[in-house]
Design a protein around this ligand. Structure first.
Ligand SMILES: NC(=O)C1=CN([C@@H]2O[C@H](COP(=O)(O)OP(=O)(O)OC[C@H]3O[C@@H](n4cnc5c(N)ncnc54)[C@H](OP(=O)(O)O)[C@@H]3O)[C@@H](O)[C@H]2O)C=CC1
Ligand SMILES: CC(C)(CO)C(=O)C(=O)O
Length: 328
């Protein structure tokens, strides 16, 4: 049995896609997350039609005890909840259950491995944005695939009948770091207050992202990470690509701009749902690693300050910063 730990945007999309293709899944989540899943919830691939998820293939649970039936656990909680997930898996899952992290950031699989044993844990990269409607529909709104470390080959096979394109890569560390570079934009998307597509079409916002990514690439180099391509462009070329004038960018990067206008980063969803942010695992991670290497990461530092004060404010009102404020 595949058990999804964390029935949120990613967990329900992945679990729903598997169930829609006939693979039974258990979704473990908070009681409030279960209500929209009570009837037939739907999943929808990019540009596709919504598919109803057959109730007979989905077991819903709010207690970690449901991990007892797991042969594979897909960890789909935010980074701040990874240690709790590891404790629940240790307490409730069979010792031979395999554990796959589909989370952003580059440290979650290591945290899980520290608690559960490296041989049980596979690192993964979930490459596209999913938005969740209050009524229980989970839609893919950007392009991308799922990439797993080599020990995830069985799960790749399980994904084959679904609309999720999945593959393994021996350099999963390099893949996760490249995704981390892309996720430096999660905060910028929140600060801009605009959609991901509009933001990527704006050269000023791309300039900020370009600088944030260059700081991240310097850290990756200092950490000895071999960055791996995710999508069409090698990560080392991304900062220059992002700085291109709008017309050139829209021609060269048209695949990157295949984005539903509704797409917003997961940090935007966290902000509006009153959840904590993952900033410490994204831009904050780059700032910390840069300091350890004696490097500077001023743009990521500023992004962290702005995001932390936004999340600390009593009212989570729409933010509407200009890109210029970030580059001052
Ligand atoms: N959303 C997206 O488009 C993408 C997200 N990602 C990454 O995937 C990961 C998951 O993101 P996402 O799906 O957006 O997150 P969500 O916040 O939508 O879902 C996580 C769910 O897990 C629940 N949860 C946390 N701890 C427990 C627990 N101990 N028991 C039961 N339920 C628990 C949370 O509840 P509560 O909030 O109440 O704690 C929440 O409902 C993150 O690392 C994210 O960065 C990667 C690519 C795209
Ligand atoms: C938007 C996307 C797919 C890439 O930055 C993402 O990972 C997120 O929303 O967390």
């Amino acid at each position: 049995m595949i058990v999804v730990f964390g029935a949120g945007a990613i967990g329900c999309f992945v679990g729903g896609m598997l169930a829609a293709s006939g693979t039974p899944v258990t979704l473990i989540g908070r009681a409030k997350a279960m209500a929209p899943l009570e009837g037939n919830f739907t999943v929808c691939a990019l540009g596709g039609q919504p598919m109803a998820v057959p109730a007979m293939h989905v077991t819903r649970a709010t207690e970690p005890g449901a991990l007892a039936q797991a042969s594979t656990v897909l960890v789909c909680v935010k980074s701040g909840d990874t240690k709790d997930a590891a404790r629940a898996i240790t307490a409730c899952a069979p010792q031979n259950a395999r554990v796959i992290s589909l989370q952003n950031g580059v440290t979650n699989a290591t945290t899980l491995a520290g608690a559960l044993g490296a041989e049980r844990v596979t690192a993964g990269m979930f490459g596209f944005n999913v938005i969740q409607s209050p009524a229980g529909s989970f839609s893919q709104v950007t392009e991308g695939e799922v990439v797993l470390g080599e020990t995830g080959a069985d799960l790749v096979k399980t994904f084959q009948p679904t609309e999720i394109h999945a593959a393994t890569n021996p350099n999963i560390e390099g893949i996760q770091w490249t995704k981390l570079l892309m996720n430096l934009n999660n905060a910028l998307n929140l600060l801009s207050g605009i959609g991901l597509k509009t933001q990527l079409q704006d050269r000023q916002w791309r300039r900020v992202l370009s600088v944030a990514m260059s700081e991240g690439i310097a850290v990756a180099r200092a950490d000895g990470v071999r960055l791996e391509r995710v999508g069409k462009v090698h990560p080392k070329l991304l900062p220059s690509l992002l700085r291109l004038p709008d017309i050139l960018f829209s021609r060269v990067a048209n695949a990157m701009l295949r984005i539903d206008p509704a797409a917003r980063s997961s940090m935007v969803a966290d902000y509006h749902a009153g959840r904590p942010s993952e900033i410490a695992w994204l831009n904050g991670f780059i700032v910390d690693r840069a300091a350890e290497h004696g490097l500077h990461a001023p743009v990521n530092t500023k992004i962290c300050q702005l995001v932390n004060s936004a999340f600390a404010a009593e009212d989570r009102v729409d933010l509407n910063l200009s890109a210029g404020q970030l580059l001052q």
